[in-house]
Design a protein around this ligand. Structure first.
Ligand code: ZN
Length: 414
């Protein structure tokens, strides 16, 4: 064996038990209870001391192309309208080298937080053209040693109201974008955009991931429309919707009814707590609404959900360290979920459930799988969320991708 990991807890297995894991040629070749151990010698042996080993964390929704632009944007009102206008103006100054450099910075941060699979949403329109797409596509190739990065192209500034956008989206799909996004809430014809997006997705056989609605009142919800369109087009299991903050305004019975429709249609939901908290409720001076969709209530109806970062250091969200355990913790805190089983579910929404949303088979720790692993400094998936456990090291195909040494105390000597 190349590497033997001793006495670790495994996400997705019995977390009370300790296991040994053996690796060879980039694959997991043995998993045994620690008390039994694995026979044979290994070139390197590491004692995990009961810490939690998990597959790489999964970001389903992040914007690498417009990250880290606070140096050139105004972010004073903190409204959605300001964010869209400021980023739209800043985009005119983007070139490939600039996008590449900023996106690299964000990606390296994500990798060192334990993220190993990511869907990034890239803006495509006549203003920016394919500049952001080309930069992020180059980044995906360059960073393949550390992370599996897939691109979803989308029309942030509308589709039907923005001639030329569709041709660019189609070009990007031909040139390597794997997923088609949408943004009906900025379109002059939201229903028309949704229909067009389904038609393009079917033509190019790609999945759909929409920025669906963004508001803190129950008007202008398109979610039932999307569930119906998903069934009509036979696209179940291939559609995700992000934000859908208006769902947070619904009483439990109506939310449950919509949840059942989404589960039935095969539409997944992504909650983006940091951006949603920052941008929503801006019309109020006090008693400010949270507008974070309660994913755990949708899980109870059979909907697959993920929690993700969305924006990093831009007018949509002037925060971000790309830690998905932090994002899961933020969600749990805001949505008041604290039971152990609920915290475990929050961890699944940044790992196994996210991988399912991205339709990745072979995610998880099992014999025969690629040795893609992250060690978290905690003893269970619930603790990972409760304590925002830091990632200590990660590997992809058996090769180390980062290490982060634990903090050390230096008490005075007696
Ligand atoms: Zn987004």
């Amino acid at each position: 064996m190349d590497l033997l990991l001793r006495s670790g807890r495994l996400a997705g297995h019995d977390e009370h038990a300790l296991f040994d894991i053996g690796m060879r040629d980039g694959r997991i070749v043995a998993i045994e209870p620690a008390e039994r151990g694995i026979a044979g010698s290994a070139r390197e042996v590491l004692d995990l001391d009961g810490r939690l080993l998990c597959p790489p964390l999964v970001e389903t929704h992040i914007h690498l192309d417009k990250s880290c632009i606070l140096d050139r944007c105004r972010a004073e009102e903190g409204t959605l309208a300001e964010a869209i206008a400021e980023v739209s103006a800043a985009k005119r100054g983007f070139d490939e080298a600039d996008v590449y450099q900023r996106a690299s910075r964000t990606l390296s941060r994500a990798v060192t937080q334990g993220t190993g699979l990511m869907r990034t949403h890239v803006e495509v329109d006549p203003g920016i053209g394919l500049t952001g797409f080309h930069a992020v596509r180059a980044l995906a190739r360059e960073w393949d040693w550390a992370i599996d990065l897939e691109i979803c192209v989308f029309p942030q500034e509308g589709l039907l109201n923005n001639p030329g956008t569709e041709d660019l989206l189609v070009q990007a799909l031909r040139d390597g974008a794997r997923v088609l996004g949408a943004c009906p809430y900025t379109d002059s014809d939201p229903a028309g955009q949704i229909e067009r997006i389904f038609a393009i997705a079917r033509e190019h056989d790609v999945d759909i991931d929409m920025h669906l609605d963004f508001g803190d009142t129950p008007e202008d919800m398109w979610i039932e429309h999307v569930a119906e369109a998903t069934e009509r087009h036979g696209w179940g299991g291939r559609v995700a919707v992000g934000h859908v903050t208006r769902l947070s305004t619904l009483p439990p019975e109506r939310l449950a009814r919509i949840g059942r429709a989404l589960a039935q249609a095969g539409v997944a939901v992504t909650v983006l707590p940091s951006t949603d908290l920052y941008l929503m409720g801006r019309g109020r001076t006090h008693d400010v609404v949270r507008a974070v969709t309660p994913a755990h209530r949708l899980l109870a109806q059979g909907v697959n959900c993920s929690i993700s970062t969305n924006n990093v250091l831009n007018p949509f969200t002037p925060f971000g360290d790309c830690s998905l355990t932090r994002m899961a913790n933020l969600y749990a805190n805001v949505c008041q979920v604290g039971r152990r089983d609920e915290l475990r579910a929050c961890f699944e929404m940044v790992s196994s459930r996210s991988a399912r949303l991205l339709r990745r088979d072979g995610y998880g720790i099992a014999v025969g799988q690629s040795a893609d692993l992250v060690l978290l400094d905690c003893r269970s998936t619930a603790d990972a969320v409760a304590e925002i456990a830091p990632a200590m090291w990660g590997m992809r195909r058996g090769r180390r991708t980062f290490t982060r040494p634990s903090a050390q105390l230096h008490p005075p000597a007696d």
